[in-house]
Design a protein around this ligand. Structure first.
Ligand code: PEP
Ligand code: MG
Length: 325
């Protein structure tokens, strides 16, 4: 199996009917970096910067952050890397930072909320990212944005730091793209406004699913109760990709859904052409893509989604499609 997947490495990632699909990897630590090469991926679609903070005994200094981001960009070469700013708080507590006892940590003081309330931390991180990106292209993404104003505030920090670095004679990135994760359902109803401001979006299907179904992603008693491959989720994902395409903004998905061949199949059938997944999932997902008739999958998906929700199992339809086509 493994040998078979490594054979796929150098094949262009295209469906049987010739649609190019961009496959990227999710990463967060230096040990993940060799996977960019050995999977033959198009880059890093999600770099979880909080991992450096989580494995560290004390707050990583700016020089440590800068060094890591440089290492990551060097390893990626010309391939894009999307750095997500700190997604800490909630269940990802840092032992050396103030801890807040919260009844609903997933809904609590975490990610960009914490970042905007403690701007020193976020500013320092953004400065390190901008410095690491000096002379190259850089992509910065914010986690858990819930309203457009939060994106505006976070983006203004990037602009301010760019001005600061310019004034201090640093080499600036050639280009900075600023985008957001889409993982809070409220954003579904602000898509037009949001898309007019961002350079790109990436769907965080793990959290989006958790919040849409009000089901704790870490609680085994309920986490499998509802199906990710069901009409409410697929309709939301369809709305996102349609609006992003209409607004000519790039859209990707970096949650676990993309790491399963059947999930990736559903996403391509919905119109997604860029996915970011765990390195180990790369082979199986690429193998599925090479065999897929994307146009046919899109037609089928449109048909299934036009039926009343719950008329049949979407998962079963997709599985049948995968087996017979
Ligand atoms: C997600 O929510 O889907 C996501 C990619 O972010 P994380 O899993 O780090 O919360
Ligand atoms: Mg998330």
């Amino acid at each position: 199996r493994q040998a078979q997947y490594s054979e796929l490495r150098n094949k262009p990632c295209k469906t049987k009917d010739g649609q190019p699909i961009e496959l990227m990897i999710n990463a967060g630590l230096v040990i993940d970096l060799p996977h960019i090469e050995d999977t033959g991926s198009a880059g890093i679609g999600l770099f979880r910067t909080e991992l450096q903070f989580m494995v560290s005994a004390s707050l990583p200094r700016s020089s440590d952050q800068l060094a890591l981001y440089r290492t990551v960009l060097d390893a990626a070469g010309n391939r894009p890397v999307t750095f997500r700013t700190l997604d800490i708080g909630g269940d990802k507590a840092l032992p050396y930072m103030e801890t807040v006892i919260e009844e609903n940590p997933a809904l609590g003081w975490r990610a960009i909320r914490l970042g905007l309330d403690r701007p020193g931390l976020l500013r320092g991180q953004i400065r390190a990212l901008l410095r690491a990106g000096g002379g190259r292209s850089l992509r910065i993404m914010f986690p858990m944005i819930s309203e457009v104003a939060e994106f505006d505030t976070a983006k203004a920090i990037v602009e301010r730091e760019l001005t600061y670095l310019r004034q201090h004679g640093h080499t600036l990135p050639e280009r900075v793209d600023v985008g957001t994760m889409l993982e809070v359902p409220a954003l579904l109803y602000q898509l037009d406004e949001l898309l007019s401001k961002v350079d790109f979006i990436s769907v965080g299907s793990n959290d989006l699913f958790q919040f849409l179904f009000a089901v704790d992603r870490g609680n085994a008693k309920v986490s499998e109760r509802f199906d990710t491959l069901s009409a409410p989720i697929l309709r939301a994902l369809q709305e996102i990709v349609r609006k992003a395409k209409a607004a000519k903004k790039s859209v990707s998905l970096c949650g676990e859904m993309a790491s399963k061949p059947i999930g990736a199949l559903a996403l391509i059938a919905l119109g997604y052409r860029s996915l970011s997944l765990s390195a180990t999932a790369h082979g199986p997902v690429k193998a599925m893509i090479l065999e897929l008739d994307a146009a046919k999958a899109e037609t089928k998906m449109a048909e299934w989604l036009a039926a009343p929700a719950g008329s049949f199992s979407m998962r079963q339809k997709l599985t049948q499609f995968a087996e017979t086509e």
